[in-house]
Design a protein around this ligand. Sequence first.
Ligand code: GFB
Length: 311
Amino acid sequence: MSSVLIAGSNGLVGRAILRKAPPRTDVWTPSRREVDFKDYEATKKYLKEIRPSVVFVAAAKVGGIGANSRFQKEFLSENLMIQNSILLAAADQHISTLVFLGSSCIYPKLAPQPISEESLLTGALEPTNEGYAIAKIAGIRLAKAIFEQDGLKFFSLMPTNLYGPNDNFDKYSSHVPAALMRRFHEAKINGDPEVIVWGTGTPRREFMHVDDMASACWHMVDQQVGGELINIGTGVDISILEFAMLMAKVVGFKGEVVFDGSKPDGTPRKLLDVSKAHSLGWRHRINLEEGLSQTYAWFVDALTKGEVRGY
Ligand code: GFB
């Protein structure tokens, strides 16, 4: 691998891909000021200059259930712009390998569990993240079409719900791991008697540390899996109630957990079938409690340095 571009290198996943880069890899990590990936001409010019052999598309507009449901217009249109511009410019420049990243919310709301890659486009989507999911499905199909028409090794990896260092801890747009870590931490510090958790607590989610996602990204590039769609997850899920209790334990919050049923639950369950990734030789390594503890230690340290995104 001579030269690699990480588009979205400042986000949760992009930073982890960079941390896990094999030694002596030449990695490009442009900021938004250096190149706006929504701009096709600027993206093409940049790719022509740096000529990477591999591109990771971790640039995206992302957020938790609150942000996704309120800003469908932005989640749909901005993601289409970013991915169309990168994938088409990369195809134009004959970049040999491109990894397109999405999320498990691309699958139908009521897909059979665990969700296999074959479930794509077999049913209606979860309404709270329809805009984001439609954009990501378009990206998966574009990567496949480029592989089939141009013979370039473009493929898609769909991670389950991720967490880890450098996550977004903003009160309104965060995903549940960062949201609860922050809320339990602040309650512990302030001596609050209770913490509010959104929804009923019954939805089930599969959580994976972002370093496992990064290891999957590098592994699948080595496997030369052009055109494919591959699920990346742990194969294990837990309820939001169980997850909240685990987070309280990790953070050391001893008060009560109260559920706010006026907030959306989202998809009842989205456990990925990860047998395809396993058959290609990849497995996750980081246990949930261990990963959350490591992330909490990072969070406390980053807070003292003023380096937590969303604060
Ligand atoms: O993490 P989250 O927003 O992801 O929510 P989704 C997961 C579950 O946690 C939902 C509950 O059932 C929420 O109701 N939850 C409880 C909370 N408390 C909170 C909280 O304080 N904040 C948040 N955010 N959730 C997103 C999709 O769905 O996940 C995206 O909208 C994407 O498109 C992403 O797929 C990975 O799994 O519900």
